[in-house]
Write a protein that binds this ligand. Structure first.
Ligand code: IDP
Ligand code: MG
Length: 140
């Protein structure tokens, strides 16, 4: 299997509820190494740009305002099959539908405050990692 990189974001609820360490521990135990990491307050423009694919969706405004409601933790994760592995660890978008033992099932409150973002394809992962990190900030 190929070594991949993917973007993970611990959303404002995960940061506010002090789950940063537990979430990163799950990634590391699963063989996903945070090769770049930064805590940051996103601006409205950054959040809108990041979620531009969802611009036409009815939840876009709420999604952006939630994402700028507090600091997030941005990470590039590296490991075998990293894109799918991260999605498996996250669980379904709606925490009520997420499998037991996933990050969203264990920590998320709602479909808005669902604790983590993860890239959904290798192509999106490349773009999303590059959206937040320069190559010189990534150390494998
Ligand atoms: P994902 O985060 O599991 O990849 P996406 O469909 O890419 O899910 O949606 C991006 C984010 O938008 C979700 O994580 C969630 O916070 C929010 N979202 C998605 N669908 C809904 C919805 O039906 N209502 C409210 N928020 C939603
Ligand atoms: Mg998505």
């Amino acid at each position: 299997m190929a070594i991949e990189r993917t973007l993970s974001i611990i959303k404002p609820d995960g940061v506010k509820n002090n789950h940063v360490g537990e979430i990163i521990a799950r990634f590391e135990k699963a063989g996903l190494k945070p090769v770049a990491i930064r805590r940051q307050q996103l601006s409205q423009a950054e959040a809108e740009g990041f979620y531009a694919v969802h611009k036409a969706r009815p939840f876009f405004k709420d999604l952006v305002s939630f994402m700028i409601s507090g600091p997030v933790v941005l990470m590039a994760l590296e490991g075998e099959n990293a894109v799918q592995k991260n999605r498996d660890l996250m669980g379904a978008t709606d925490p009520k539908k997420a499998d037991k033992g996933t990050i969203r099932a264990d920590f998320a409150q709602s479909i808005d405050a669902n604790t983590v973002h993860g890239s959904d394809s290798l192509e999106n992962a490349k773009n999303e990692v590059a959206y937040f990190f320069r190559e010189t900030e990534i150390h494998g």
